[in-house]
Ligand binder design. Structure first.
Ligand code: HSE
Length: 437
């Protein structure tokens, strides 16, 4: 029986999952491929630490070059994460004409142009299903199943840690810090959790999705990004009272000549599918011109779910090799030379609904001064709630606006926050609710 040899770089949580899956499902994988997939090498800086996975066939090394330079190894699996040395190893492997599988969203978001171009020049596959949404087949769906569609919009929850935190804060009335620690202990937070809670991880993933959906090269810096660290229990409670849930959403929209792309906490009606995506689950709602609505849901992180996507990629590549072909599908949506360089729509030009919470002194005339400023800035109010009374002191006044331009909202809130009757910085949370005008 034919053998295809692979080498793994990075024996961490996901690496161990890949080793375990290749071992546990070996018979099934062999049957489905009609060939044996052999993991010849495992490289990691720490090969002493015991891992509870059987890897008896693979040789362990601390030197990644043993793996990359082995002529028998045709598939390199990069699960080191981060920019370096992952970038050097991936480029070197591609340079040698090796096929590469990676889960490294940060690497692809920042150095994707160089890496995809190299893979195309060398006519080798670069597969990265595990980089966005863990086990969920997002890359393949965009690149293959829905390849004939123009995407009107894409909306999703693509960071499990922040979704876990917001879900627990909402449903269990817990505070931010202890829930973040819980997520870290469960092993789905990034090595640096600011990547999760500041929306950086989600922005990395959205960069990858944007290229696939809109045939564009995106500069990560152009994506508007706001994390969840400023979300308070008070705003979560108001959202619930108003019939919404707060989610860290990645949003992309085709705006005719340009593309809107943003990551921020968003209030969505509680009966929307995305509102019921809780804990560390991820989901993506795609809206294609032909397909209409497609909803993808699953585990966006974790050892075995992520390993499932990685091993699926390895099997795809092995199938190509067995047929003597490569690059049946391009690395991104089309050839690299066909991708457009575009500037995303500036955040100031985005038009949406807003939840705003003012800390206003409870005195006659205050509400009219605030609504006057909103009116002067073309912002019309859909509803207002004021709860509680503190004689002369500040009270939360919550307003939901009709659709308004971000630049106008920012200008109005700056003016409101300057009023002597406003005690604290106004809280703003963007909304996605088709029922609001
Ligand atoms: N830290 C990421 C998350 C892991 O929380 O979703 C998967 O990319």
């Amino acid at each position: 029986m034919r053998e295809i040899k692979a080498g793994l770089l990075g024996f961490g949580n996901i690496g161990a999952g890949v080793v375990k899956l290749l071992h546990d499902n070996e018979e099934l994988i062999t049957k489905r491929l009609g060939a044996r997939l052999v993991l010849k090498w495992i490289a990691d800086i720490d090969i002493q630490r015991p891992r509870a996975v059987p890897h008896y066939e693979a040789m362990l090394t601390t030197n990644a070059w043993d793996v990359i330079n082995d002529p028998e190894v045709s598939i390199i699996i990069e699960l080191i994460g981060g920019y370096e040395p992952a970038k050097t190893f991936v480029l070197a492997a591609l340079d040698q004409g090796k096929q590469v599988v990676t889960a490294n969203k940060a690497l692809l978001a920042v150095h994707g142009n160089e890496i995809f171009t190299k893979a195309e020049q060398m006519t080798v596959n670069l597969a990265y299903e595990a980089s966005v949404g863990g086990t969920i087949p997002i890359i393949k769906t965009l690149k293959e199943s829905l390849a004939a569609n123009r995407f009107k919009s894409i909306m999703g929850i693509i960071n499990g840690t922040s979704n876990f935190i917001l879900s627990k804060m909402t449903d269990e009335k817990k505070d931010f810090e202890p829930v973040l620690r819980e997520a870290q202990m469960l092993g789905f937070a990034e090595a640096d959790p600011t990547f999760d809670v500041e929306g950086i991880d989600a922005a990395h993933k959205l960069t990858i999705v944007l290229s696939l959906a809109y045939d564009i090269r995106v500069d990560l810096k152009d994506i508007y990004r706001e994390g969840i660290t400023a979300i308070t229990r008070q705003d979560i409670d108001f959202a619930q009272t108003l019939g919404y849930r707060i989610k860290l959403l990645a949003i992309a929209r085709n705006r005719g000549g340009s593309i809107e792309a943003r990551i921020h906490p968003t209030m969505i009606p509680r009966d929307e599918l995305l509102a019921s995506v809780n804990s560390n689950f991820n989901a993506l709602h795609l809206s294609g011109d032909a397909a209409d609505s497609v909803f993808l849901y699953g585990q966006g992180s974790g050892m075995m779910p992520t390993a499932s996507a990685v091993v699926g990629d390895i099997m795809d590549i092995a199938r190509d090799q067995l047929k003597g072909i490569t690059c049946r599908v391009p690395g991104r949506s089309c050839l690299e030379t066909q991708l457009r360089e575009i500037a995303l729509l500036p955040m100031e030009e985005v038009v949406t609904n807003y939840y705003v919470r003012f800390s206003a002194l409870d005195k006659p005339g205050v509400l009219s001064r605030i609504s006057g400023i909103l009116g002067e800035n073309n912002i019309s109010i859909a509803s207002v709630i004021q709860q509680g009374r503190t004689e002369g002191g500040p009270v939360p006044v919550v307003m939901i606006t009709h659709k308004a331009r971000e630049a106008d909202v920012r200008k109005a809130l700056a003016a409101v926050d300057n009023l002597e009757v406003v005690a604290d910085k106004t809280v703003l949370i963007r909304m996605e609710d088709d029922s609001l005008p």
